[in-house]
Each structure stands twice: as C-alpha cells, then as structure tokens.
Write a protein that binds this ligand. Sequence first.
Ligand code: GTP
Ligand code: MG
Length: 320
Amino acid sequence: MNKKCGYIALLGRPNAGKSTFLNAFLGTKLAVVSNKPQTTRNKILGVYTEGDNQALLLDTPGIHKSHGLPKMNQVMNKVAWSVLGDADFVCYLIDVTQGWSEEDANWIEGILKKYNKKALLLATKTDKVKMEEVEQGMINIAEGFQALSEKIASNDEIKCQFIGDIPQAISSKRPEEIAKLRHFILDQLPQADWLYAEDDLTDRPQKFVCAEIIREQIFRQLGQELPYKIAVIIELFEHKKNVTDISATIVVDRDSHKGIVIGKNGSRIKSLGTDARISLERHLERKVFLELFVKVKLGWTENSNMLLEFASLQEPDDVK
Ligand SMILES: Nc1nc2c(ncn2[C@@H]2O[C@H](COP(=O)(O)OP(=O)(O)OP(=O)(O)O)[C@@H](O)[C@H]2O)c(=O)[nH]1
Ligand SMILES: [Mg+2]
C-alpha cells in the first residue's frame, strides 16, 4: 500500500494567517478570513488529495487569553488544543510582522511538552513587509524559540521535535512557495488509507460553510466589538433549478445590537446581504437568493446549549 493520509493541525495566535494558509494549501477558499483576530471559531477540516497523498488540514481558532472573556472564547481555545490529539503533524504559525510573543512561548511550551510527533514553525505574511523587516522578524522568532527550548530542556522532557528548530518563511500570497511547502508537508504524512473521497473538500455540511461566509461579511463590515457577539444560523437552504434559496438569521446578544446590524433604514443589513450573496454565489457557483433576519438571544456566548446550536461549538472533554 503506497497511500498516505494524516491530520495536519494549524495552530497559532489569532490573526497569524492560519485560515489564509489553509485556503492557499487547498487552492480554494474554504475557511473565512478577516483582518480581525478570532475570526475562526471552530475547527475546520480541509481535505487535500494529490497522487497517493491525502492531507487532512485542521484550521483552528487562534489560541488567545480567554480569562474574563465569554465561555465561547474558552471553548474556542479548548477546541484548538483538542486537535493536537488527532494530529500527525503540527504547523505553528507566527505573523513575521508581529514576531515572537509571550503568548507564542506559552502555546509552544504546551506543544513541546504534550505533543510527541513532529512540528514545523512557520513565519507568515513575508510578502507584507520589506526583506529587512522579514529577516528581523525571523531572527526574533528563532531567538524566542531557542530561549524557550533551552528553558524547557533543563527541567522538562521535550516530547515534540520542531523540524529545523528555526521558522520557515512563507507567504500565502505566493503560490510557488505554498506549492513547495505543500510537498514538504505531504512527505511527512504517515502511510495509511485515505479517510475521505478523492473529491471531498471538507466534512462540514454546505450549510455550515455558507453560514461562515455570511459571518465573514459581518466580521468585515461591522465595527470592532460587535462581530464577536454574533452568530449566523441557516434556516432554509434549498437548491432550485436556477437558484439556491438561502434564509439566514443573524443572532445578536442584546437588543441594542439588533439596530446596529439593521442600520439606518435597513442600510447595513442590505449591504451585508449584497456582499454575502456575491460571496455565496462565488462559493456555490450558482445564483443565490438570500434573505437575512436578525434575532436577539441574550447571553448566547455564555451558554453551552446556545453555543452548540448557533455556532456548532461543543466543549471537547478530552483536551490533554
Ligand atoms: N499580505 C499577507 N496577508 C496575509 C497573509 N496571511 C494572512 N494574511 C492576512 O492576515 C489577516 C488574518 O488572516 P487569517 O487567515 O484570518 O488569520 P487566522 O490565523 O486564521 O486568524 P483567526 O481565525 O482569527 O485565528 C487577514 O487580513 C489576511 O488577509 C499573507 O501571507 N500575506
Ligand atoms: Mg482563522
């Protein structure tokens, strides 16, 4: 048997570029992206099949300090950590323009101690700044990583091996770099039967991906705070002959948010609807008729049942 198949976990702080990397690796847009941190709320599986290889990439919510934040944030972190249990290989991403941080040190310490397979450190967004700045960022990340490794080596057992021990520079905007890295990662996969069909892209239902596409517009169009308190539920999803009818409810956390989402004379929700429809049509490759509604559900980000119902978020009970 020559077939290879394995899970590759994408981990890192919010905004590190995990979802953009996933999409670039897959060569198609699956995960939603925005310039706001904590855009991804749940793990998303992206399936990439080439030749004998099947890579199962797990995009995750950016790991962040959740103390004092709603229960949703704590569950997001747990979901991110939980993918280590499945992973055959880990990519830890750091935005080269931000460099090494205390938080990276915490999370990588956890990976070094808890995870016993191979990992790769990626310095992302290298196209965004000048070469000298990239080099500085790379040195900063390498130094942070080395200091951490030395600190742990003296009193703890390191179970995980980071390949090369220095970050690999990568831009998700440069397909040739992604292609090279993709082959390197495919080489790391263990021999195993494929778990998905050759043309599968994800295990998430189409409705989930469409709800995410609408949520992406909310992240892009609504101020700094509001998107974190909003969920999207698809109430109706029906493929007709020439059009797909989609009806979605935007769930907000309090009454005052409802008015902001709707906007003056409905202007905000109209603009959200137009841009979401265009994105949905691109994704589904067919015409879409989209209706949006707004509903208030007080405190939904604090409530386990509502987190599951509105954001498909379930607290994993087996986080190491
Ligand atoms: N120029 C450039 N921008 C990038 C690159 N990768 C990501 N970005 C941008 O960085 C921002 C964050 O990217 P995401 O992919 O959403 O980051 P993430 O790690 O998934 O973030 P969370 O889901 O919040 O954890 C977006 O505005 C992206 O367009 C890159 O390689 N080059
Ligand atoms: Mg993301």
